[in-house]
Design a protein around this ligand. Structure first.
Ligand code: ZN
Length: 310
């Protein structure tokens, strides 16, 4: 079997990550220890910034579970540590954004970038670059109005790329929705405010459009897989913060896209497999019993097997 591709982490991304983490392990925060970079989801090809954690050798061995009977850190926990540590350092450094400027022209830029992505839907390389511009614009100048515009732009992209079953851009949009929304999710010791929660719910709604359209088209396995991977992460965020709106938005995706998936044998199978992963996570995270019941009902009620393959 072919080994998974392991593209090196680009030097600039590696430097930025180490700087953001003060070259210090995000789990134990012990500055004296040597560190390395860990791929949180276990996929060595996924060099997205939110998937990379700086950990010391000792913590890394706990993360990868090579400690015999010891309990290893799960991906969700590592994400929490990373998030908390990076936010804490950011606050300590008083990183401030450039003085507010007139957001109007920047918002127009967001729309232009979105249009350009749509115009080059078959060109994954170009779309990747443009999505990165969108992401950075949000990080750099991300005031309220611009954040809203970026999320809206991504929602629009989700819908339009979901419609084009041959577009390689749809999975990239799913991923970017999570990366952008990741910044709305506070460290677990800081409550997420109502506006951040709204943004997160909007991102999940965009994933729902993507899932539904991909399903109606019935070709985009990659796009559906990428979408479900991201919605699973959002579900987990809902569990960490005990946010029913987020949990409900995530579960609604399964209910709503199920109908659109019924004509495509892969669709319902992928949705059901994803729901079962959510059930596992909700047990691990000790979700409240209403949430576990809701999941159980969804799994049991659903007409998950399409008529054609019964
Ligand atoms: Zn450590």
């Amino acid at each position: 079997m072919a080994q998974p591709r392991r593209p090196p982490i680009p030097a600039a991304a590696r430097e930025a990550l180490l700087y953001r983490n003060d070259h210090t392990c995000c789990i134990c925060n012990d500055r004296s220890r040597d560190v390395q970079i860990h791929h949180i989801d276990g996929d060595p090809a996924n060099n997205a910034p939110e998937n990379l954690a700086v950990v010391c050798l000792d913590c890394h061995s706990r993360v990868t579970g090579a400690r015999g009977l010891g309990q290893s850190y799960r991906p969700g926990e590592v994400r929490k540590y990373k998030r908390t540590w990076e936010r804490r350092l950011e606050a300590r450094r008083h990183v401030h954004r450039p003085a507010p400027v007139d957001a109007g022209p920047l918002a127009a830029q967001v729309d232009l970038i979105v249009c350009e992505i749509l115009a080059s839907q078959r060109d994954a390389k170009k779309a990747t670059r443009l999505l990165e511009v969108l992401y950075n614009l949000n990080l750099w100048r991300g005031d309220k109005s611009l954040r809203k515009r970026v999320v809206e732009g991504l929602s629009h992209l989700a819908m339009m790329t979901g419609l084009d079953s041959r577009s390689p851009v749809a999975p990239l949009v799913a991923k970017k929705l999570w990366e952008v929304c990741w910044h709305f999710i506070g460290p677990h010791d800081v409550p997420m405010d109502a506006e951040d929660e709204r943004h997160v719910v909007r991102c999940i709604d965009a994933l729902e459009s993507l899932a539904s359209f991909t399903c109606s088209n019935g070709h985009g396995r990659g796009a559906l897989k990428a979408t479900l991977e991201e919605v699973e992460k959002f579900f987990q965020v809902g569990l960490w913060y005990r946010r029913r709106r987020i949990i409900n938005a995530a579960l609604a995706l399964y209910r709503k896209s199920r109908g659109d998936c019924s004509g495509w044998s892969y669709g319902p199978v992928a949705l059901l497999a994803s729901l079962r992963r959510l059930r596992r996570v909700s047990k691990q995270e000790r979700a409240s019993s209403p949430v576990q019941r809701q999941l159980q009902r969804l799994i049991a009620d659903g007409d998950w097997i399409p008529a054609t393959s019964r």
